[in-house]
Design a protein around this ligand. Structure first.
Ligand SMILES: [Zn+2]
Length: 127
């Protein structure tokens, strides 16, 4: 095997200051990727099953179809102070918080082709 492409020397001594602020750039890229995923997820979850256009879902009506008790884990902090008012220690502990999950049946309509369908959504709140 000879002459297969030009040899690029990427292993040569690279200057480490190519990206002057690598943390800022990594943060921006990370935030951008996260936003991208959220937008994709949001668009896809609001797509019409008929014409498949994103952000087409319009909720015409919704009504409650069920409630269920649930719970979530919450981390709390307890700070200990000495008699003179100085902070001594912080203890973190986890506790279960009771929640209620309400499920809704939604009547949806596509704002592009007018197709109608139904789906369910749920909201959860602390009791
Ligand atoms: Zn549609």
């Amino acid at each position: 095997m000879q002459g297969s492409g030009s040899s690029s020397s990427t292993f040569a001594s690279q200057p480490t200051n190519l990206l002057s602020e690598p943390c800022v750039i990594c943060g921006l890229v990370g935030a951008g990727a996260l936003l991208f995923i959220v937008v994709l997820w949001n668009g896809a979850s609001n797509a019409c099953p008929q014409c498949h256009k994103w952000w087409a879902r319009q909720v015409q009506a919704s009504h409650e179809i069920g409630r269920a008790l649930s719970s979530r884990t919450q981390t709390s902090e307890a700070k200990t102070y000495s008699t003179s008012g100085q902070h001594v220690s912080t203890t973190r502990y986890k506790q279960r918080v009771p929640t209620e999950r309400i499920t809704y049946l939604n009547a949806c309509q596509c704002k592009h082709c007018g197709h109608k369908w139904s789906d369910t959504s749920a909201v959860e709140h602390d009791l």
